[in-house]
Design a protein around this ligand. Structure first.
Ligand code: HEM
Length: 391
């Protein structure tokens, strides 16, 4: 288990600035790497990450999925959640929530996402503004509020809790984050009681009444799912948009094609997901000892699966460090793979398509992100920006 160089720590701000050279070194020199400070194994090659995602009986999600500092027990911090459940229970829960979280419901949100996008862009004053706080942050929060059925009057409060929750990371002991989670939990609990009495045509009503083989979700499971939508769907989408803004700033020709060719816009979104994945890595806990690349990973230890590195592996992608707007999509693992494959992938793709299309075709918006003035987000799993000034 001893390795000569300490090459990777997922919490090191310097690594977070540009992790890709370190990922390459990991893939080539230590594909099963023990990160001492973070107390976890790190898997960085595409094949290993994909195989681990497809083997939940060995790589379990039940004890948490976030790379966390030693000593943090994630099951104390969160309600029981789909994303932290293993098969066979996971399949039952996923079938139940999928009764409410249907492709039809997602598709029906297209018009309102477009309206929200136009509204947010319409509110922006001429001159410099912040892409994250003025656009990429609010858009997914409003979309999730609408998806869940939060009434218009409560949206501001909902957005405030939601941003606190995603910015103040409870895993790092942030009290604000825990307090916001508690407020959201209480808010949804009131909501849920009301929807039990009087069902409406919204997601919570459908979740409460969803039934598979005679089984329904408990109140805690419905609440856990609503919080999960926020945790999983907010900051991820925000940073796909922010990373896109940054990457495309230096690529006017790609932007011109994306603005007018819908097929190029679609393939570009897959490439943006691959090239700078918003979720860089999630963890699993080993349920048995395994040997990989000459190392023994013991039962009970955690393994961080680096999606961000897998997506840059030359063993899976030709010229992986090149951004190619028309790269053949399909293999990237930014949404994960296997049983936990992102339930919101279609929604995230639709939001991004609508937002980028509006920005690319906006008459008074000059695509320019002031990258030297940008502030990186310091988060274990998420890669993106805390602030991104634009014109
Ligand atoms: C660009 C945006 C997004 C990215 C990169 C992303 C990424 C991911 C990844 C990597 C996973 C797999 C987790 C694992 O294997 O442990 C996941 C799961 C999940 N995502 Fe997303 N996500 C995005 C947007 C969304 C949105 C918009 C929603 C819904 C509002 C959502 C809801 C979920 C849910 C519910 C799961 C758990 C699925 C399960 O455990 O069966 N995500 N996401």
């Amino acid at each position: 288990m001893s390795q000569p160089v300490r090459i990777y720590d997922p919490f090191d701000p310097q690594v977070q600035q540009d992790p890709y050279p370190v990922y390459e070194q990991l893939r080539d020199e230590a594909p099963a790497y023990w990160a001492e400070d973070a107390n976890t194994w790190v898997l960085s090659r595409y094949d290993d990450v994909s195989a681990a995602l497809a083997a939940p009986e060995t790589f379990s999600s039940a004890k948490g999925i976030f790379p966390s500092p030693p000593g943090v027990d994630q099951s104390d911090l969160f309600l029981p959640m789909l994303i932290m459940t293993d098969p066979p229970r996971h399949a039952q829960l996923r079938a139940l929530v999928s009764r409410a979280f249907t492709p039809r419901r997602i598709a029906s949100m297209e018009t309102s996402i477009r309206q929200t996008t136009d509204h947010l862009l319409g509110q922006i004053n001429p001159g410099p503004w912040d892409f994250v706080s003025d656009f990429a942050g609010p858009l997914p929060a409003i979309v999730i509020a609408e998806l869940v059925g939060v009434p218009a009057d409560d949206r501001e409060q909902f957005r405030a809790w939601s941003s606190t929750l995603v910015q103040a990371n409870p895993i790092h002991g942030a009290r604000d984050g825990l307090a916001a989670a508690a407020s959201l939990y209480e808010y949804f609990a009131g909501f849920l009681a009301e929807r039990r009495r009087t069902p409406r045509r919204d997601l919570i009503s459908d979740l409460v009444h969803a039934e598979v083989e005679g089984e329904r979700l408990t109140d805690d499971e419905v609440l856990g799912f609503c919080l999960l939508l926020l945790v999983a769907g907010h900051e991820t989408t925000t940073n796909l948009l922010a990373n896109s803004m940054a990457i495309l700033t230096t690529r006017p020709q790609d932007r011109a094609r994306m603005a007018h060719e819908p097929a190029v816009l679609a393939s570009a979104i897959e490439e943006l997901l691959r090239y700078d994945s918003p979720v860089q890595g999630l963890s699993r806990t080993l349920t048995r000892d395994i040997t990989l690349h000459g190392e023994t990973l013991h039962s009970g230890q955690t393994a961080l699966l680096l999606f961000g590195s897998a997506n840059r592996d030359h063993r899976a992608f030709a010229n992986p460090d090149e951004f190619q707007v028309e790269r053949e999509p399909g293999r990237q693992v930014a949404f994960g793979r296997g049983p936990h494959f992102c339930l919101g992938a279609a929604l995230a793709r639709m939001e991004t398509r609508i937002a980028l299309h509006a920005l690319l075709n906006h008459t008074s918006f000059k695509w320019f992100a002031d990258l030297p003035a940008a502030k990186r987000l310091h988060s274990g799993p998420i890669r993106g920006y805390a602030s991104l000034p634009v014109q």
